[in-house]
Design a protein around this ligand. Structure first.
Ligand SMILES: Nc1ncnc2c1ncn2[C@@H]1O[C@H](COP(=O)(O)OP(=O)(O)OP(=O)(O)O)[C@@H](O)[C@H]1O
Ligand SMILES: [Mg+2]
Length: 268
């Protein structure tokens, strides 16, 4: 298919991936101004599975989630979500895709002027036909699952950072999305809450058969939840596959990262 929207150029759009691949990044380049953060970045996320994206701080992991969600646009390459190439979609079409996607941001990104309950209810008001009673019940149930019962009337500023993080998580999953993006879901949480969040991700994925993309530094959590791991290094996914394949990787960069060693090819 020919695409004529790209700055007057004609670009060949590749065929969409097979149905078992919910998300595909194909040779994506992404710039912030002159700075190229992702270059020739390709990865597949299997439908109904959990893919963890790992990589050094500042490698561009959050940027990958922004590209999947359409918050940032690739300057080259292609992004497919559920078979749709999203790079040049209209806002209306992009919103339809986002409606089925939850995003738990790295820094919570709650609405300061709304209560906790209103924050969590937001996707239900926006994207569903549920009535106020149903919304209230769903919000209460989701908060309870995350150990946040009774805080729905409070303002985000009255909560600790870890609690805010869990509220952001609740908001991302409350409307049972098909695809959920989690950016560092356990960073900054105590071990018990890390456990709760990790279990919640697994339960949601099992219950909804959702496709999850989890960005994380926390390797024990990664090993617990991941079906697949993608490692990002210098703008490119250098390894993407089932956990055992990544663990057995002979790539010295992957090995060094997994071992957390200071000796190896990764520049300190
Ligand atoms: N809005 C922006 N404008 C300019 N540069 C940006 C912007 N957002 C991110 N960057 C830069 O792009 C690079 C990748 O950022 P990103 O947040 O995706 O990394 P990350 O892997 O998620 O990092 P961390 O592990 O610290 O969360 C970083 O060098 C960052 O400084
Ligand atoms: Mg990040």
């Amino acid at each position: 298919m020919l695409d004529e929207h790209v700055a007057g150029h004609r670009e060949i759009v590749p065929d969409p991936p097979p149905g078992d691949i919910a998300i595909r990044l194909q040779c994506v380049e992404l710039r912030y101004g002159p700075k190229i953060v992702l270059s020739d970045c390709s990865m597949d996320c299997q439908r109904g599975e959990i893919t963890c994206v790992i990589g050094l701080s500042g490698a561009g992991k959050s940027t990958i989630l922004r590209v999947i969600n359409g918050l940032r646009h690739a300057s080259r390459g292609h992004v497919f979500v559920n078979g749709d190439e999203t790079t040049h979609l209209s806002d209306r079409k992009l919103n339809e895709i986002r409606r089925k996607m939850g995003f738990a941001f790295q820094y919570s990104a709650l609405f300061d002027s709304l209560t906790v309950g209103e924050n969590v209810a937001y996707p239900l008001w926006e994207h569903t036909e549920l009535n106020p009673t149903e919304i209230r019940e769903r919000v209460e149930k989701t908060l309870e699952t995350l150990g946040l019962e009774g805080v729905d009337k409070r303002m985000p500023s009255e909560l600790s950072g870890g609690m805010q993080k869990r509220v952001g998580f609740a908001r991302a999953v409350v409307n049972d999305p098909e695809i959920i993006l989690f950016d560092e879901p356990t960073t900054g949480l105590d071990p018990i809450m890390t456990h709760v969040i990790t279990e919640t991700i697994q339960n949601i994925q099992k219950r909804l058969k959702a496709t999850c993309v989890v960005v994380s530094h926390d390797m024990p959590s990664v090993y617990r939840v991941a079906d697949n791991i993608a490692m990002l290094f210098e703008g490119t996914i250098i390894e993407n596959g089932p956990v055992q394949q990544i663990k057995a990787s002979r790539n010295p960069i992957v090995q060094q990262f997994l071992e957390g060693s200071e000796d190896g090819p990764i520049p300190l």
